[in-house]
Each structure stands twice: as structure tokens, then as C-alpha cells.
Design a binder for this molecule. Structure first.
Ligand SMILES: Cc1cc2nc3c(=O)[nH]c(=O)nc-3n(C[C@H](O)[C@H](O)[C@H](O)COP(=O)(O)OP(=O)(O)OC[C@H]3O[C@@H](n4cnc5c(N)ncnc54)[C@H](O)[C@@H]3O)c2cc1C
Length: 327
């Protein structure tokens, strides 16, 4: 590991001040410290931001405001999350292990980096995300876990977070602070597709700090769920995951939210499927047709073609479960 300095911030103002010369923020360290050990990341300075808000509070609009330093465990266990946003509690509990969830923060989960094995292999593999312009060994390598949607010639990595897939389906809003002020961003606009600049995971400016995530009020969200398909029942990242919320009236889909994980460089909001579902009869055929519409633009690599059918079947099964019909 490369030597680095370490400071602890009491609050947002101090965090921004301490980070103004290029330091990296440190949440629970469950991702960043791993990457430092592997020499994928070599920050010269760290600012511990676990002293920032750990509050989960009601908003005037009927939603929830979640402090960036709230741990994954605390968020999943919160009674309001479990009852009003079950998709979020389920997504978090589908990730990592209890010990990691106890350490990991919401801010850190949003900004965790890809689990592409070529990205982690700093000594032996080429990776445009790790070293821009170097090439991508995943594209023609063993790419079973890689992207089928929105990838580029430069990068086929996926975003590994489960929590973010639920946030994408819930229209969550990210609250940010920087030396120049504050701003908000829909979660679906935070992460980037790789394009020609896969080294950039997000649209954040250097030094910008996540201070909170806001969940808008949503009656739909109470009727939501998360399903994660993976190689092992625990401690494995998603091959494909589905976050969904649906409202059925008189046998027809009156409203729906759908997002996919494990398939793209960012949590994938399934807008094509949502459009194909609204107003239609809530039947397995409709659900399958919506899944077909979403995956029509999927491009498989050598080893991950199975993800296309897996995603379609998982979408169909999850919607059928929520709608109370046999798939
Ligand atoms: C063995 C293992 C299995 C795992 N399995 C899963 C899984 O199945 N699903 C899943 O979703 N995750 C999984 N994870 C990932 C885990 O959820 C993340 O490591 C964790 O959420 C990161 O949170 P952290 O607070 O530890 O982040 P850190 O490691 O501290 O930081 C991660 C990144 O976020 C930045 N950062 C942290 N806080 C802020 C902030 N407030 N503002 C701006 N930037 C910030 C850091 O600079 C860093 O770049 C797994 C991890 C491990 C080690």
C-alpha cells in the first residue's frame, strides 16, 4: 500500500475543507481500502466522512432523507424503509455480508467501483477504467459477469451496487456539496455509461461530497420488491437483478417502476419496459413483452449472452409476483 495521510471530518464544512487539495473521502472503507491494497487506487490523502449525518428523517413532502454516513445495515433495518420502501431494504440485504453492511455507508455504496476482475488485476491486465487508453482485456476475455446494455468498445464493466438499483427504481435524489455550493441530482443521472471515458464512473466534480439521499414520497413504493440472481446464495454480486414497484387497478398496470442491476455500467432504469407496461393488462404475456422491449437493445459478449434471457425471465417473474398472477 502507498503511504497516505488520514484526517477525520466532523461535518460537511470540515470535510470539504480537508479535501480541497485532492484528498479522497473515506466511508466504511470496504471498497476503497481493498482497492488501495491492490494498488488500483493510490490516494495521497484520505478524509474520513463517517462523522457526517447518520440520520434518517421524514421530509416535508412525505419522503425520507437519508444521511450519507448511514450504514447499509441501519438503512435496511429502519422501520420506515421496511414498510414504505421494501425494495430498498431487500436490495441492501441481498448485498455483501452482515459485517460489511455494518461498516459500509450509503455514500460509499453509491460510489463503489466495478468488480470487473481485469480492473482489479493492476499487475496483469489492461483496463481503460484503471488506466485510460491502455485497452480492455475484458472485451475479448472471460466476460461472463460483464455488461449487456450501454457498454462501449472501451469498457464492458458493470456497476456492482444492489442498493443503487433500488434507488434508481425509487426516483431517489442525491444531495451534493462542494466548495462552490450545493446541488441535487437524480440518482439515475449520477452514474455514467462508459463511452470513451470509462475512467469516469459518475458525473461528480473533483471533491464533491455526497451529503444525503432523498427518497420521494411514493405510494407505489410500498408495493415493491428486489430479486437478485447470482452464482451463490450469499456473498456474491448480481448476474442480473430487478427492482420493481407496480400498481394494478382493474387488472391493468396503472403505474410501474423498474430498474436492473448487473447488466450495465450504471444502475439501469428500464424506461422502455415501463412505457410498454403502463395501461396494459397485468398478465405474464404483457410482462414478457415489456422485458423483450427493454432487452431489444442488449448486446451480448462471448460469455454473457445468457444474461439477456435471464433478465427477461427475472423481470417477468418479479412483475407477476407483485401483480399476484402466475408467471
Ligand atoms: C466481499 C464483498 C462483497 C460485497 N458484495 C456486495 C454486494 O453483493 N452488493 C453490493 O451492493 N455491494 C457489495 N459489496 C460492496 C459494498 O457494499 C461496498 O464496498 C460498500 O457499500 C462501500 O461503502 P463504504 O462506505 O465502505 O465505501 P468506501 O470504501 O469508504 O468508499 C467507496 C467510494 O466512495 C467514496 N465515498 C465514500 N463516502 C462518500 C461521500 N459521502 N461522498 C463522496 N464520496 C464518498 C470514496 O471516496 C470511495 O471512492 C461487497 C463488498 C465486499 C468487500
Amino acid at each position: 500500500m502507498t503511504p497516505f495521510s488520514f484526517n477525520r471530518a466532523r461535518d460537511t464544512t470540515q470535510a470539504l475543507e480537508l479535501a480541497r487539495h485532492g484528498a479522497r473521502y473515506l466511508g466504511g472503507g470496504t471498497n476503497l481500502v481493498d482497492l488501495m491494497r491492490e494498488t488500483v487506487e493510490r490516494p495521497a490523502a484520505l478524509v474520513d466522512v463517517t462523522g457526517l449525518s447518520r440520520d434518517i428523517t421524514d421530509t416535508p413532502g412525505g419522503g425520507l432523507m437519508i444521511g450519507a454516513a448511514v450504514t447499509n445495515s441501519a438503512l435496511a433495518a429502519h422501520p420506515q424503509v421496511r414498510t414504505r420502501y421494501p425494495v430498498l431494504a431487500r436490495a441492501i440485504l441481498a448485498g455483501a455480508s452482515a459485517q460489511i453492511r455494518n461498516m459500509a455507508t450509503v455514500g460509499g455504496n453509491l460510489l463503489q467501483r466495478t468488480r470487473c476482475t481485469y480492473f482489479y488485476d493492476a499487475e496483469g491486465s489492461r483496463c481503460n477504467k484503471r488506466q485510460p487508453g491502455q485497452g480492455c482485456d475484458a472485451k475479448d476475455g472471460f466476460n461472463r459477469i460483464h455488461a449487456i446494455l450501454g457498454a462501449s468498445d472501451a469498457c464492458v464493466a458493470t456497476h456492482p451496487s444492489d442498493m443503487c438499483v433500488a434507488f434508481a427504481a425509487l426516483d431517489a435524489v442525491v444531495h451534493l456539496s462542494s466548495a462552490t455550493g450545493t446541488r441535487t441530482l437524480p440518482l439515475t443521472d449520477l452514474h455514467r455509461l462508459p463511452g470513451d471515458h470509462p475512467q469516469l464512473d459518475t458525473v461528480l466534480e473533483a471533491g464533491e461530497l455526497i451529503t444525503a439521499i432523498e427518497l420521494p414520497s411514493s405510494p407505489l413504493a410500498a408495493h415493491s420488491t428486489y430479486r437478485k440472481v447470482r452464482d451463490r446464495a450469499s456473498y456474491a454480486f448480481a448476474l442480473v437483478s430487478v427492482a420493481a414497484a407496480i400498481q394494478v387497478e382493474d387488472g391493468h398496470v396503472s403505474d410501474v417502476r423498474l430498474a436492473l442491476g448487473g447488466v450495465a455500467h450504471k444502475p439501469w432504469r428500464a424506461t422502455r419496459a415501463e412505457a410498454a407496461l403502463r395501461g396494459q393488462a397485468a398478465t405474464p404475456d404483457t410482462f414478457r413483452a415489456a422485458a423483450d422491449a427493454e432487452l431489444a437493445v442488449a448486446v451480448p459478449l462471448r460469455d454473457n449472452g445468457f444474461k439477456i434471457e435471464l433478465a427477461k425471465r427475472t423481470i417477468t417473474a418479479v412483475l407477476a409476483e407483485l401483480a399476484g398472477v402466475d408467471a
